[in-house]
Design a protein around this ligand. Sequence first.
Ligand SMILES: [Zn+2]
Length: 331
Amino acid sequence: MSPSAAVIWQRRPRALRGFDQQTTHPSPHRPIAPTIHHAPVTRFAPAPTGFLHLGHLVNAVYVWGLARRHHGRVLLRIEDHDRGRSRDHFESAILDDLEWLGLEPDEPRMEALRHGPSPFRQSDRGARYTEVVTGLSDRGLVYPCRCSRRDIADGVAAVPGTETPYPGTCRERRPGPDEQVGLRVIMESGEETFTDVLLGTQRQTPASQCGDVLVRDRLGHWTYQFAVTVDDWDQRVDLVIRGEDLLSSTGRQIRLAGLIGRPDLTTFLHHPLVLKPSGEKLSKANQDTGLAELRQAGVSPEMLLGEAAFRGGLLKESRPLNVVELPDLFD
Ligand SMILES: [Zn+2]
């Protein structure tokens, strides 16, 4: 560590308040020997609705570290399905941050992403999503839904802290010609079982957890659940690495993947999240410390990678970590 970097580290200026945040695990270090027996295809998939923060970097450390450790590949996917909140300048900033950190994907080339449409950007994949929904619709698995989020919340006695499942209000109903409708895929009852690399065997029941899955909302935007399922299949992603906050999405995505014809089962790894002392997730919307801000404050890529590895439970203590050392975290 250079002397100037050490000073910044010790003084912990306000810009570094992200480092005072905690993870889901009070004593986070837990060496893992993940059960990955193949060269995986995995992905780093940020939404350009804000700047990257330390939480994304924890994810990146797992993604690049495990892929390199097992001689696999990293795809970079821009998840801008939320057209209301995605911004081009956030996408550019994400690419800048990754380049600065030395985190290069195997596909696509960053330059290609910067200069035009790409199969790795969700807003460029509308025709493909339409094709997949049409296929499901032809099999009678899709129906129009006019319900707003509010309608659904009003109709069900919500239990605090749990998800409100869609009650199926529109299953048997035909919308009028002028109604703005979303599209839902029918989730029949039944369990989805999968083994998480870190968390072990998981059992989920999409029909009772979320009900019929919304694949396109009333504004015509594709949903996260649907877009990532189609993308992961088309891009042959077979190792999905993401935060524990998305654990409950996995069963429904496995179900959706089966419905769209994916024959093989993806491997999943859900890692600890960086939480604030209050227990909340870091959020771009709440102006939690962005990597760009830390970088401007003089923090080096090595310091950030080391901090992220520590926060993600992969190092006993924070120390500078070079990008080429990431695979060693998984020995
Ligand atoms: Zn409805």
